[in-house]
Design a protein around this ligand. Structure first.
Ligand SMILES: [Zn+2]
Length: 351
């Protein structure tokens, strides 16, 4: 299966935080003949192990995607929802969703008051998510219950992956199914000279929960998170606000965290970061250096476990992150796979 097909398969699968098992099953299927062994921990992280000797390297990619969860069903069978992860309200409206019920998947659409009925001042404002609801076509609460909907059912967005020009693709959940795709390819193609823990984590979008426990139990020599990063190389964003661009290579992170202070994030281990940069230079793999305001990754949890673990992040530049139509360049994906393979195949890693 090619890179495009694999990303398509992972992107179109559903797995909002806490409900990642569909994605875990697909990854398990892909890797069963390529790793030494794998297991699932108490939180649902899928931990795969390949190679021995050298250093123990944890590479993390999170399986969860931002999504929604059923909060309330009203007398007429309309559904109110809570958010799982950082989703902007404006990307939700009119979206088609899938509610994952115990009786199977159920389609719905996110509705709100139509423009015709909005007052003049309402028309100028964004509709907040608590003024939206999901319509599954039910006539009553009773009927909705019969269809299988319950409070607590996870809800994912219904979006197919499509191809744009110049090797760009557009789809949902690239954050972080592209990381999962990359990690699967690295585990398939590499002959590591180190012990590689390929960890497919859960619940990253609600606070790095899977990485926190898996890194603690593995206690590796070093950790790398593979994720997406915001690339706003498009209209309405100044270049200095978002310097990372699509197609110029994976982004090696210097620091990330909250917008005001870079608090709560990661300052990449200098040695590890330089090692990745030197390797990219040596192999002539394009890369970008990044300082990212307004978010963080699993590497933040990894660095703070046990006695402290050297950690770094390498990301795929992605437009419209946390919308349901994210856009990335497959050349960046291939380049990151190459860089990570070379990294785990190194004879000697000094850290
Ligand atoms: Zn992510």
């Amino acid at each position: 299966m090619g890179l495009f097909e694999l990303l398509k398969k992972f992107s179109e699968a559903s797995g909002v935080p806490g409900f990642e098992h569909n994605v875990a099953n697909l990854i398990q299927d892909e890797l069963k003949n390529y790793v030494d062994f794998m297991y699932t921990d108490q939180l649902g992280n899928l931990i795969t192990v390949k190679g021995s000797g050298g250093k123990s390297i944890l590479i993390a990619a999170h399986m969860d995607e931002v999504g929604l969860i059923v909060k309330h069903i009203d007398e007429k069978g309309f559904i109110r929802f809570a958010k799982l992860g950082g989703v902007a309200d404006h990307v939700l409206l009119s979206s088609r969703v899938v509610i994952h019920t115990s009786k199977g998947p159920l389609y719905g659409v996110i509705g709100c008051k139509p423009i015709h009925l909005m007052r003049e001042d309402e028309r100028k404002q964004l509709v907040p998510y608590d003024k939206m609801f999901i319509d599954i076509g039910a006539k009553s609460l009773e009927e909705a219950k019969n269809f299988g909907v319950k409070v607590g059912d996870p809800i994912s967005l219904d979006k197919n992956l499509i191809q744009l020009k110049n090797n760009l693709v557009c789809g949902k959940a690239f954050d972080d199914r592209v990381g999962c795709t990359i990690l699967v390819e690295v585990l398939k193609r590499s002959k590591p000279k180190n012990k590689v823990y390929g960890v497919f984590t859960v619940q990253e979008e609600v606070g790095l929960r899977g990485a926190t426990v898996s890194a603690y139990s593995i206690n590796p020599n070093l950790g790398i998170a593979v994720d997406t990063t915001t690339s706003a190389d498009h209209p309405e964003v100044a270049e200095h606000e978002s310097p990372v661009k699509l197609g110029l290579g994976p982004a090696i992170l210097v620091a990330d965290g909250r917008r005001d202070s870079l608090g709560g994030g990661l300052i990449s281990n200098l040695k590890l970061r330089n090692m990745l940069v030197d390797l990219a230079e040596k192999l002539r793999i394009p890369y970008q250096i990044e300082v990212m305001e307004g978010g963080t990754t699993d590497a933040t949890a990894i660095q703070l476990t046990q006695k402290g673990i050297p950690a770094c992040v390498i990301s795929i530049p992605t437009r419209y992150v946390h919308s349901f139509s994210e856009v990335l360049n497959l050349d960046d994906v291939e380049n990151l796979i190459k860089l990570l393979i070379a990294f785990v195949e190194q004879e000697k890693i000094e850290i």
